[in-house]
Design a protein around this ligand. Structure first.
Ligand code: NAD
Length: 422
């Protein structure tokens, strides 16, 4: 926002994060973000604070706090949204816009808007679609913008029109680039985000279900995905069979969506998402089974190197990471696991202090009985099977992401196993 020319203050309750940001350091790994912070740091247009009072005077207030899964339930935990909103309200002035970005259960915006009645402040729902690893690009050049405005019978109210004009100013640059804009009501805007994530999760679990069929029949899921992907109605993207999805969004979003559907009395509409979730979670167990298979039936005492800890490449985010889940399962089942990741070791160690961590793939695989590729970082895809073969005790690899060339690895003397492939 600051690089687009706006004056921005970022408010967070975490003093550590605010201090790092104020010093111009990104508090997490995101390609391009350090450069962008340095670029806008010199302009003086971006400041950080732990004090919500510093939000006073801004015309647009983006609400972007976390909405994790509630402990022991599928439902979203809205306590962060609640406390941020409550803390913000006293600092708002008539004419201000609050723009909700957090992914929330449908109905949340309506509830927050009711609490702003009489204040002259308008609530807009403006869901966020950025992808970790591409966050800078996705924010500066989004593939679409969605405004959920206060409306009556599908028509924005005068306050809604005024709020839209203000958001159009905020997004003037991407809008001038031709970014599609969908203007709609609160309910649709909130549903867009969870519908999109549910579709993506379903696509991944669909191809992973096909992988199970492939394993039962000797077929190759990667060739199957190529072949069905040529159909433009299907498309090849997000059809990569493997260890499945994780992270701080997809798993909790589909669960919160199911919980909300139940509250709305339409749980049947989303019962398929239970299956999507179950297929996804089975992948993690299946990878451990594959490791057991290449370890002559037992992983007890085996030295296993896991390449990857982040839930996806180009991120240091380990929330609900399939890679760490596999590593932890094997460790708990008696294997001696060493995990490495180009960026996520620090975060992973904080979660699983009992696991051994290494600073490179070469160090992690020393004397390993099995190597597991769990997160498809470019540097792991590019590993040379002959060079790596000199470091391990046994040449056995489980490619949890279907990104290696089986022929090349087998030619170098490796036992190669992957999900959904012979
Ligand atoms: N991470 C993504 O890729 C992504 C993409 C699209 C949408 N979303 C949605 O955006 C929201 C945020 O996700 P995230 O991954 O950035 O979460 P996060 O937990 O990494 O960050 C949330 C931040 O909010 C701060 N916070 C908590 N309570 C606060 C309060 N009362 N006042 C001020 N700050 C407070 C936390 O300290 C933290 O820094 C979620 O609803 C998520 O579903 C995330």
């Amino acid at each position: 926002m600051a690089s687009l020319g706006h004056d921005v203050v970022g408010v967070d309750v975490d003093p550590g994060k605010v201090a790092r940001l104020a010093a111009g350091t990104a508090p997490f790994y995101e390609p391009g973000l350090p450069e962008l912070l340095a670029e806008v740091g010199d302009t003086g247009r971006l400041t950080f604070s732990t004090d919500m009072a510093d939000a006073a005077g801004a015309r647009v207030h983006f609400l972007c706090v976390g909405t994790p899964q509630q402990h022991g339930e599928f439902r979203a935990d809205l306590s962060y949204v609640e406390s941020a909103f409550e803390a913000l309200v006293p600092h708002l002035a008539p004419g201000d816009v609050v723009a909700g970005k957090s992914t929330v259960p449908v109905g949340t915006a309506e509830d927050l808007a009711r609490r702003l009645v009489g204040t002259g402040v308008t609530l807009v729902w403006n869901p966020e679609f950025l992808r970790e690893g591409f966050a800078v690009q996705d924010t500066l050049h989004p593939d679409r913008l969605v405004y959920g405005l206060p409306s009556e019978e599908g028509v924005p109210t005068p306050e809604g029109d005024a709020a839209r004009a203000l958001l159009d100013e905020v997004y003037a640059t991407p809008l001038a680039e031709g970014t599609p804009l969908v203007v709609t009501d609160y309910a649709t805007a909130q549903l867009v985000k969870v519908a999109a994530n549910s579709f993506l999760a379903t696509k991944i679990s669909f191809i992973n279900a096909m992988a199970e069929l492939c394993e039962a029949t000797g077929a190759d899921v990667t060739r199957l995905a190529d072949a069905i992907g040529y159909d433009a109605r299907i498309g090849r993207r997000f059809l990569n069979a493997g260890l499945g999805f994780g992270g701080g969004c997809l798993p909790k979003d589909i669960r919160a969506f199911m919980a909300r559907a139940g509250e709305l009395g339409v749980d049947q509409a989303l019962s398929f998402l239970r299956e999507v979730d179950a297929i996804n979670m089975r992948r993690r167990v299946r990878v451990v089974d594959l490791v057991r298979e290449v370890s002559a039936g037992s992983i007890v005492g085996r030295r296993i190197a896991v390449l990857g800890a982040a839930f996806k490449p180009d991120s240091d985010d380990v929330r609900d990471s399939p890679a760490l889940s596999v590593a932890a399962q094997m460790q708990l089942q008696g294997a001696q696991v060493t995990v490495t990741d180009p960026q996520a070791v620090e975060n992973a160690r904080a979660k699983w202090p009992d696991i051994k961590f290494a600073s490179s793939a070469q160090e992690a695989v020393q004397q390993a009985d099995v190597v597991v590729l769990a997160t498809e970082w470019a540097e792991y895809r590019a590993l040379d099977p002959a060079e790596l073969g000199d470091l391990v005790a046994r040449r056995a690899i489980v490619d949890g992401r279907n990104v290696l060339d089986p022929a090349a690895w087998r030619a170098a003397g490796w036992t190669y196993r992957a999900l959904g492939r012979p």
